[in-house]
Design a protein around this ligand. Structure first.
Ligand code: PXP
Length: 241
């Protein structure tokens, strides 16, 4: 059964809408932990549109569970990661105009650069994961970089209509998880997961971590973050009929 990583970027998005101090993502992390999050995930984007450097520093000091930093593979971000030392770094592609991360990281196409980045973070004691599409080529490339984990992009699964198309996307994740495990990689998944589509992904054999943001923060508007996290943990832990 996977554990839940709660992505709190959107809490910072609301704060940045007014440029003030509330709501504070540091407070959100504590609430998420109290609701049962086993991991707090933040994406420090190059344009600093939501999470700020100050947030990351304070989260490093206050988060009691795993702290996972999503980051672009750039020298500037590698410097930040080595300074702050999150428990885990997840390499993601980053486009300036995108609303959210679109598509997985092209590991195979930039293997040398990514391998060097993995080594650099591992020297600082950081576990490295690659956010990739669950294709055989990318999984093999991810393993060759020496990373410990992969996070499969579940956006296509989440966007597919229920039925044959969604089943096909789930099958890709199932096959990818098998291949990744054989190569010694820990398997994570995330993007677009919500209260209605999470359980089949949680039930994938070998799945160890699910990173979920938008749906949990959206639900938190109505029930509070602690309860929204609790509800998601309950779903992840309830077996499929
Ligand atoms: N995992 C990664 C690597 C992501 O970039 C994101 C989005 O920031 C998520 C998980 C969470 O996606 P969502 O907000 O759709 O739950």
């Amino acid at each position: 059964m996977p554990h839940l990583g709660v992505n709190i970027d959107h809490v910072a998005t609301i704060r940045q809408a007014r440029g003030g101090v509330e709501p504070d993502p540091v407070w959100a992390a504590a609430e998420a932990e109290l609701g049962g999050a086993a991991c707090i995930t933040v994406h420090l984007r190059e344009d600093r549109r939501h999470i700020q450097d100050r947030d990351l520093q304070l989260l490093r000091q206050t988060v009691q569970v795993k702290l996972n930093l999503e980051m672009a593979v750039t020298d500037a971000m590698l410097d930040v990661a080595c300074r702050v030392r999150p428990d885990q770094a997840t390499f993601v592609p980053e486009g300036r105009q995108e609303l959210t991360t679109e598509g997985g990281l092209a590991v195979a196409a930039q293997e040398e650069k990514i391998t060097a980045a993995v080594k650099r973070l591992q020297k600082s004691g950081i576990v490295v994961s690659h956010f990739i599409d669950a294709t055989p080529e990318e999984i093999e490339a991810a393993a060759r970089t020496g990373a410990e984990a992969v996070e499969f992009h579940t956006g296509e699964y989440a966007n597919a209509p229920e039925g044959a198309q969604r089943d096909r996307q789930l099958a890709r994740v199932v096959a990818g998880a098998k291949q990744a495990q054989k190569l010694g990689l820990t398997v994570h998944a995330g993007h677009g997961l919500n209260y209605t589509n999470v359980r089949p992904v949680a039930a994938v054999a070998g799945m160890e971590e699910l990173n979920i943001g938008h749906s949990i923060v959206s639900r938190a508007v109505f029930v509070g973050l602690r309860e929204a996290v609790r509800e998601m943990v309950r779903l992840i832990e309830s077996p499929l009929a």
